[in-house]
Each structure stands twice: as structure tokens, then as C-alpha cells.
Write a protein that binds this ligand. Structure first.
Ligand code: ACM
Length: 384
């Protein structure tokens, strides 16, 4: 690193409950900055990322954000997985007049002039998933999540969508973020008793693995009553036996198996750098393209002053692995693609639905009405 480098901060956990998902995001951040450097950097200067490991502690996230902003003199941070971490970091970003790039799908209902959200929010995944589930499985939903803000808020949206479709939430259960196997005994009991059509999971990290194992052990059948999730991605599935994961569904903007040339180029570059078995997730893809978006904005701005970068990001587009994306100038979220994947017997996602167009972010559900939801139905098309 020299004084001439563009220094950027990265906060992703290498240990703790969501380490697998966050490691994928960290890898993708590194891959993008290495690509930018091997293409000559930006305005002739190289990227020099500084990575810290907050070990899945929201307080540690906050402390390390302060270290980057106040001690290291770095104003731009890429990072955070759990919404609790983002909510701990954001006031420090504001106070130090920095910029946060957040690559994880999340609940929505947030805006900051100093944050750019490149993962999907609920109108880009919950609506499409609820629609698909109701059409294919039924209207009686049981919701199970980790005990923190993202699952609460996401489930509130799902409950609203299901209620509007004259369906029913038969139960809503929360387990600790650092769940143990016995935390799922009650979940299994309730599923057995209430017999929902579908189980929606927002259980994160290692807890997701325990949930799917408990589900399989209880003898529930993924073909007739799958678990549908946002949080069970390639990173969590990699830690399950294929027969534990098979048949379950996930909604995401990107899957490792996406068969477009730009997706496969990204997946090949990622695996060549981090190993053939390293999982590539939607959040990793967002972590990757957000560094490229930043590089583009930096080039246009000619300086790394956060306000100048933010101005250039408004309306900026990028040919991402998931498809072309665009930063919404009004709400700082990103126009993204919406997809649903079903895990096959090899533990890989078969994409069963995808939107025909990228979907504008509406993090506050400002325009959501039952008609809009039906409108979304017409954007969905069956693949293959
Ligand atoms: C999340 O907490 N946004 C996964």
C-alpha cells in the first residue's frame, strides 16, 4: 500500500454465526478490487482494501467502523450482513460523514444519504416469493426466524401479503440468533400440530443448517411442504448434506447456477481465486458489483470525497453478473432482478422463476397495493 492508493474499508465476519455468508461477501469484495487493480486501478491509482473481522458482533461492527473512519482515515466502507450490524454502523457513518455500501438482502424501511443498498429489499423478493408459494403450495404459512430486526420486519411484510391474499399465518416463531439444535424442537412440534402449507424461514447462518436438519429428521417432505427462505443461500446449503437441503426454495437476485455468460464469468473467476467448492451467493454478487459501481463513480468524481461519490452514484448503471443493475437516485437502493431457486439433489439451485425485467426498489412499499402485487405476477416467467 502507498500514499497514492485508494484506501477502502471492509467489514465482514470471518467467525461467528453468519461467517460462511460473510466470507463469501468478503471474498467478492477482494475479487472486485483485484480486478480493478489488474486493469490499472482508477485514475492510475490502485485500490487498497483494509479488512477487519467483527466476528458477528454488532458492537464490534460499530467499533471497527469507528476505527476505519476516525483512526485509519478511510471514509468508504463496504460491509455488514445482519441488519443489526448495519444499524450499529450507520450512525457512525453519518457522524463521520462517510459512506456505507451494504450488499445484503434486507427488510427495507430505511434510507440514508450516506448508505447505498445493493442487496434486495422486500418488494424485490418477498412479493414474488409469496406469490409463487400461494400459487404452488397454499395459503397457510408458518413463519420461523432468528430473533432480530430483519426477520421481524420481513415477516411483517409477508404476513401482510398473505393476509391480502386471504391466507393465514398459522404461527410466527423466533429462535435465538445463535440457535442450538434444541431451539428447533418447538418449531417441529408446531409444524406437526398446525400442518401449514409452507414454512418461511429467515433463520440465519448456522441456525439455518440446524433447522433444515431438524426438518428432515422429523420426516417433513420438502416436495409437498418446502421451507422457503431468503437466508438459506449457497453458503448455508454448502454446510448441509444434499438430502437435507433438496426440494427447499430460496428467493434471491442471483444464484451460482445462473446460466448467463456474465454470471458464469463471475462464478469462474470467484472459484478460480477462492477454490472450486467456495460458495457464491447473491450477497457475494452484490458485494462484487458494488465495488465496481464505486470504482465507476470514483472515476467520474475524480476524487474519493463521499458526497462527490454519492452524486455520481445516483442513477449509475452496471452490467452485473445478475444482469444490468441501476442505483435508484431517490432511495439509494438498487434496481435488481428477482429469482426463485429450488435446491436439487446435488445441493445446487435450479432456477424455477425469474422476473422478466429488473425490479425498481420500493423499500418503504410506497406503491404497494394488492394490484401491484398482482402486477408483479405478470413479470414472473417460468424458466426452461
Ligand atoms: C439481514 O439481516 N439483512 C440478513
Amino acid at each position: 500500500m502507498t500514499n497514492d492508493d485508494w484506501r477502502i474499508g471492509a467489514l465482514f465476519s470471518r467467525s461467528g454465526v453468519t461467517a460462511a455468508a460473510e466470507t463469501a461477501e468478503a471474498n467478492a469484495t477482494l475479487l472486485a478490487s483485484e480486478e480493478i487493480n489488474s486493469a490499472g486501478g482508477v485514475l492510475g491509482r490502485q485500490f487498497a482494501p483494509v479488512f477487519y473481522d467483527p466476528a458477528c458482533s454488532a458492537e464490534r461492527y460499530r467499533e471497527l467502523a469507528v476505527r476505519l473512519l476516525a483512526e485509519d482515515g478511510i471514509k468508504v466502507i463496504f460491509g455488514c450482513y445482519m441488519s443489526s450490524a448495519r444499524k450499529a454502523v450507520l450512525p457512525e457513518i453519518e457522524a463521520h460523514r462517510g459512506l456505507l455500501f451494504y450488499p445484503t438482502f434486507y427488510e427495507g424501511f430505511e434510507y440514508s444519504t450516506r448508505c447505498f443498498y445493493t442487496g434486495s429489499s422486500s418488494n424485490q423478493n418477498a412479493v414474488q416469493l409469496a406469490q409463487y408459494l400461494i400459487e404452488n403450495y397454499g395459503k397457510r404459512f408458518l413463519l420461523i426466524g432468528s430473533n432480530y430486526v430483519f426477520p421481524y420486519e420481513y415477516n411483517r411484510v409477508v404476513a401482510d401479503l398473505v393476509t391480502r391474499a386471504h391466507g393465514r399465518i398459522v404461527d410466527e416463531i423466533y429462535v435465538p440468533v445463535e440457535a442450538a439444535r434444541h431451539d428447533f424442537d418447538h418449531v417441529v412440534k408446531q409444524i406437526r400440530k398446525l400442518k401449514p402449507d409452507i414454512v418461511v424461514s429467515t433463520v440465519v447462518g448456522t441456525g439455518a443448517v440446524l433447522l433444515y436438519e431438524a426438518y428432515k429428521e422429523a420426516g417433513f417432505d420438502a416436495t409437498t411442504m418446502p421451507i422457503a427462505s431468503l437466508t438459506t443461500t449457497e453458503a448455508e446449503v454448502a454446510e448441509m448434506l444434499p438430502e437435507v437441503a433438496a426440494g427447499h426454495l430460496t428467493s434471491a437476485s442471483f444464484f451460482e447456477t445462473l446460466a448467463t455468460p456474465q454470471a458464469q464469468r463471475f462464478v469462474a473467476a470467484y472459484k478460480s481465486r477462492f477454490g472450486a467448492s467456495a460458495p457464491v451467493t447473491a450477497s457475494a454478487e452484490a458485494a462484487y458489483f458494488q465495488v465496481h459501481l464505486y470504482a465507476k463513480a470514483l472515476e467520474l468524481a475524480g476524487k474519493d470525497e463521499p458526497e462527490a461519490i454519492a452524486r455520481q452514484l445516483a442513477g449509475l448503471e452496471f452490467e452485473a453478473p445478475q444482469g444490468r443493475v441501476r442505483v435508484d437516485p431517490d432511495n439509494h437502493h438498487t434496481e435488481l432482478w428477482s429469482r426463485i431457486g429450488r435446491i436439487n439433489s446435488q445441493g445446487k439451485f435450479d432456477i424455477v422463476w425469474q422476473s422478466e425485467t429488473r425490479i425498481r426498489p420500493d423499500p418503504y412499499f410506497v406503491t404497494a397495493s394488492y394490484d401491484d402485487w398482482l402486477g408483479a405476477q405478470h413479470q414472473l416467467k417460468r424458466q426452461g
